[in-house]
Design a protein. Structure first.
Ligand code: SF4
Lengths: 478, 224
């Protein structure tokens, strides 16, 4: 796909002016946050599970080479094949070879961010193979020639009227007078159209949420069941997964599964958690005859051992973007590549280069909500700061910003001076808001206040408030 | 150098670790051998009767329907009744699971029982679960001739029979049971953990049942 991350600012301006998009983004703000909160509140052990999940991934990453070897041995023992791909191009060619030797003309696809990352669909189509996305959201955006705007809800930027128009345009063999006014009728139509694709497909391609070293198993989670029909009906099942999907054991996968669906959609479990190991067994009446795993590096190994290693714990739940005020304002496409929101702001520069994605780590209010909801406790704001610092060192920022950061760095290293400087600045700012609690206009920040109000600061700085809260708490405890 | 060697080499370089590090090798081998358990939520840790209750409640919350029958012999009649109640054709698709095979299907004279994997033309499929997880109202389904995986996904209605004694509190116990069947480090081709009927929220976040898999999941809990 074409990378538009370098024009993040222009993309955002366009997004803010897009009425349809702004309406659709309302669904993110209202839906996901509440559902997650309820699911988390209903499980007292949730935070303990987060720590457990984090420790498992840290352990797996520290020993990634050994677990990859163990995993490969198990896949082979169960009759499957493992292909190692250093780059996106390697992965595309491996997959094309598998498709060609299966004589494939149609491949069905389960929802997979990794195949977006390697731009697989265009490549297959260029080579005469028809890729069919089967997840409803992915199917819709494939019809539109778009890319996902959210990692778990790819079509979240669309309204049902837009989907109706696309279905009428593409499904032109169906009666024009049919009712497509509701999500139900749209879903039923997609279900029917895609049913035949499942049976036509020679190869089914899925991603993986986990690869289990203990058993050589790949795990996917879905709600629709499309990932299952994609892998059990065709002759060949291809799993495409990046290195860091490895977990040691089934128990380890179980721990992370408990935080995954809750963080993503507020479900205790997704409807289908599917564990696939090798091809069908002798005597099995269904299932694929061949099972291939394409293990993709594409920049992950270079993140290990750096300040960005923690990002490899990401389980792609989407909670960080669901809770991000910047994502809420501009949606996913503005980020200009595959991964949007806070996780994208950290991951994208690692994968496509900070020269192209340097604006993304700046797309943050540093409110910290992403880190506080991240089930894997990934320090997203800190890593965005790392990118800013790196970018700063490379001198990619405009001079004014460099000067501002320099001043901030100077003050930040001198806590008393910092407190003094902010204690002057904050009361001055609250004069400007005239008691409304919000700024409609702020000098030098027109780019921000043009489209939204900026919450006015409290009359006192955070440090001052914290200081007096601590004093009050101490007094109460006496 | 093959891609495999190149990737493993890069990983080791980045980690600053040699492959031969005995401490790491032991830690990895131990974990793979012992499969240590993590945090198990208290929610499912109940006496058998309450566990079955919790399983039913959780499954219903996920929009499955649940019916309890006293004995395996009661299953065919319950299936026939479900089909009549939903105005479905008196025909089911079913695998060769010995527990299902032992049930008195012949007594339901009007009921056609088709054997084997589904080809997509069946309105209703019947499977036997290997286990249940009370914590989340989840069914554990194992692939094979007994319960072909296609039956879990292609028919619009999926009826799943589960023995109340096979309902455990948590996912870890269910995993341990699978390990008992297949052996340590081994798995069936497909293990489906099924929590409710298929659904999608992809259009305007509105939840709709019956996306690509079954629109309805009916669970028959036997005994308990
Ligand atoms: S960074 Fe955390 S919250 Fe965001 S998608 Fe990854 S795991 Fe989820």
């Amino acid at each position: 796909m074409q990378i538009t991350s370098p024009t993040f600012k222009e993309n955002s301006a366009g997004a803010l002016a897009d009425v349809q998009l702004q309406k659709a983004l309302g669904n993110v703000r209202s839906g996901f946050i509440d559902k997650r909160r309820k699911a988390v509140e209903a499980l007292p052990e949730f935070d303990q599970l987060r720590d457990s999940a984090r420790a498992i991934k840290d352990h797996a990453l520290e020993n990634l080479d050994l677990y990859l070897e163990a995993y490969e041995a198990k896949v082979k023992a169960s009759g499957g094949h493992v292909h190692w791909a250093e780059t996106a191009e390697d992965a595309r060619n491996i997959i094309l070879d598998i498709c060609r030797s299966a004589g494939a003309r149609t491949v069905t696809k389960g929802k997979s961010m990794i195949t977006e990352e390697i731009a697989l669909n265009d490549f297959l189509a260029e080579n005469g193979i028809r890729p069919v996305e089967t997840d409803l959201g992915e199917y819709i955006i494939q019809l539109r020639g778009e890319h996902p705007s959210h990692i778990i809800a790819p079509a979240v930027h669309l309204n049902k009227e837009q989907v109706e128009a696309d279905f009428r345009r593409v499904h032109d063999h169906l009666p024009p007078g049919r009712d497509l006014s509701e999500p139900e009728t749209l879903l039923n139509e997609a279900r029917k159209v895609l049913r035949s694709a499942y049976f036509e497909a020679d190869v089914g391609i899925t991603g993986a949420n986990f690869l289990v070293a203990e058993t050589g198993t790949s795990i996917i989670v879905t709600n629709e069941g499309n990932g299952d029909l994609t892998q059990i009906l065709p002759k060949v099942h291809v799993v495409v997964a990046s290195l860091e999907k490895i977990v040691p054991t089934l128990e380890d996968a179980a721990q992370i599964l408990r935080v995954l669906a809750r963080s993503a959609t507020g479900q205790d479990m997704s409807v289908y958690t599917t564990m696939s190991t090798g091809p069908r067994r002798p005597g099995d009446p269904d299932g694929p005859e061949e099972y291939h795993v394409v293990l993709l590096d594409n920049g992950r190994s270079a993140m290990l051992g750096t300040e960005f290693q923690d990002m490899l714990r990401c389980i792609r739940c989407g909670a960080c973007m669901n809770h991000c005020p910047v994502y809420h304002a501009v949606g996913g496409h503005a980020y200009g590549w595959v991964y949007p929101g806070p996780m994208g702001a950290v991951l994208t520069p690692s994968l496509i280069g900070v020269d192209k994605a340097g604006h993304l780590p700046n797309a943050s209010t540093f409110c910290g909500r992403c880190e506080s909801v991240c089930p894997m406790k990934i320090p997203l704001p800190k890593m965005m700061r790392h990118w800013r610092e790196r970018e700063f060192e490379r001198g990619l920022n405009p001079a004014t910003q460099r000067a501002g950061l320099k001043l901030w760095a100077f003050l930040a290293k001198r806590p008393s001076l910092y407190r003094f400087a902010t204690s002057i600045a904050i009361p001055m700012l609250s004069l400007l808001d005239r008691g409304k609690g919000r700024f409609g206009y702020l000098p030098l920040a027109g780019g921000w206040t043009k489209h939204r109000d900026l919450p006015a600061p409290e009359k006192r700085t955070f440090m001052q408030q914290l200081g007096s809260r601590n004093t009050a708490a101490k007094e109460a405890a006496r | 150098m093959s891609s495999r060697e190149a990737i493993l080499k890069k990983v080791r370089q980045s980690l600053g670790q040699p492959a031969s590090d005995a401490v790491r090798q032991k830690a990895v081998a131990d974990r793979l051998k012992k499969s240590p358990q993590g945090v198990i939520p208290a929610r499912g840790q109940l006496a058998p009767a309450e566990r079955v209750e919790l399983f039913c409640t959780m499954a219903e919350k996920l929009f499955a329907t649940v019916q309890r029958v006293p004995k395996p012999e009661d299953v065919p009649a319950a299936v026939a009744e479900y089909l009549r109640g939903k105005n479905l054709p008196a025909s089911i698709r079913m695998g060769g699971d010995p527990r299902l095979a032992a049930m008195p299907w012949r007594k339901q004279r009007a009921l056609e029982v088709k054997q084997g994997a589904s080809d997509g033309d069946d309105a209703t499929g019947v499977s036997h679960a290997a286990g249940g997880i009370a914590e989340t109202g989840t069914l554990v389904m194992l692939s094979g001739a007994g319960n072909p995986t296609t039956i879990n996904f292609l028919p619009e209605h999926h009826i799943v029979v589960i023995d109340a004694a096979d309902i455990d509190g948590d996912l870890e116990t269910a995993i341990a049971n699978v390990r008992k069947i297949f052996g340590k480090g081994k798995m069936p081709r497909t293990l489906n953990l099924v929590s409710g009927p298929s659904r999608s929220g992809d259009i305007e976040q509105k939840l709709i049942l019956g996306a690509h898999g079954p629109r309805a999941l009916h669970i028959l809990v036997v005994g308990g």
